[in-house]
Design a protein around this ligand. Sequence first.
Ligand SMILES: Nc1ncnc2c1ncn2[C@@H]1O[C@H](COP(=O)(O)OP(=O)(O)O)[C@@H](O)[C@H]1O
Ligand SMILES: [Mg+2]
Length: 256
Amino acid sequence: FIPQEVAPLVSSINDLLTRLKASLNTQRRFLADAAHQLKTPLAGLRMQAELAQREGNADDIRGSLQQIARSSTRATHTVNQLLALARAETTGRSLPTTELDLAQLVTEVVQDSVPRALEHGVDLGLGHEGPDDTPPVCMMDGNPTLLKEMTRNLVDNAINYSGVGGIVTVRVLTDRFSGVHVLQVEDNGPGIPASERELVLQPFYRALGTNVDGSGLGLAIVHEIAQQHNALVQMEDAHPHATARGLRVSVRFRPR
Ligand SMILES: Nc1ncnc2c1ncn2[C@@H]1O[C@H](COP(=O)(O)OP(=O)(O)O)[C@@H](O)[C@H]1O
Ligand SMILES: [Mg+2]
């Protein structure tokens, strides 16, 4: 028997417990996925190291060492992505923001990514030239570190998944009427089927059939950082009529 006065309290405590349980389950699954992602390259590392110890031939040893370097690069990447996601999630409470020029910030990230694009045989360029070739100015409040992290993840994906011969265009637009700033990263790669566009935003989800190394955390980081900035992430075909439809990811920031 529950007195009527406390019934609302009991029901809100029950709600709270249900939500707590759900979030604990999410965290437990996240940890299990993270551990699994790290276990694979670490197991590879151990195997290769054991192999190398048994090999006598210098070439075989060199081959094993190359594998070891590759596995440790992968593990390091996953750890860095996990840290980036944790950073994005914990700074959420009191996200330190400053006034910044989104176009300037994005230009810097693109410039930093040019060597990586060249290595992959990808043509990376900025598409947001304003009138008279002057870059536009897109002032907004945001966290520069997180916004760079977000942009870098989108550019990395576009480079990785479009591959040799890829064309990646990054632009910042401002809707003249609503004042909404939009960051767009588009490529001419295989794209993501519409049915998977929600799923790829979740941590550790990777579309099948990709031979690109990754941890499945990039778009989760993008999603988290967009949410912290009250922005929406949208995906569409970049070239709806071409064979390779490509992908255009748009991050729409609400006006101030
Ligand atoms: N530009 C893109 N073109 C095609 N597929 C993409 C693109 N970006 C992301 N994806 C798909 O979404 C999945 C999740 O991306 P992400 O979260 O960055 O993880 P990761 O790149 O480590 O796999 C990728 O595995 C890939 O299948
Ligand atoms: Mg990625």
